[in-house]
Ligand binder design. Sequence first.
Ligand code: 13P
Length: 240
Amino acid sequence: MEPIVAGNWKMNKEPGESRALVQRLMELVGDYKDRLVILIPPFTSLPSIGELVRNSRMKLGGQNMHWERSGAYTGEISGFFLKAVGCEYVVIGHSERRHIMGETDDMINRKLRLALEIGLIPIFCIGETEKERESGKTETVIARQIKEGLKDIENEAHKIVFAYEPVWAIGTGKTATPRQAAEMHQYIRGMIKKPSTILYGGSVKPENIDSLMKQEEIQGVLVGGASLKPESFTRIIRFE
Ligand code: 13P
């Protein structure tokens, strides 16, 4: 399995800016091998980025989807729509959706089930808050998120890409040390039993990518802020 470098743009870049960013990124990155790059722009940019990546090695992902196939869910996006514009991946349970939009483990479980059913590869995010870590609850929280998230689909864990994103490291500049991340990855691996890819996310940048990727337990990264700049994302894609 190739290591994954995924860029989650969150709520940044309108379609024109998205296109310019990907064009510049493609110029800078040039040819690469032995790694899988996934671009995860906002929904409105998916069609045009889908066209740009169609003839490249880069893959496309959505930032979220609903747990139903279609229906009266104003403001929501169906996994089928993501597929129709070229997405192979979908982020599910991102901490910003859990903590800002109130997504529960049960909602996340339903989304994971539908994604698997319709053939999208979920990037399933888990992670503890600073308060939870400080009070020694990290493992309990991660265990709950995995157990509830994978309810009734435990046997399909190998089809899911896991992303360990400690909430205290997201957008804060505070990265988990490679050791801290590797320890949690080991814990997660122990829980899911099946061989799966586990990404690290949280203030990944050009300065720390090489040391993170040197950890055997880390199979890739989910990058926020640093994926918005073609130069820094290129350096991350070209990790050594
Ligand atoms: P930052 O890289 O900006 O910390 O964001 C991480 C993240 O949430 C990726 O999904």
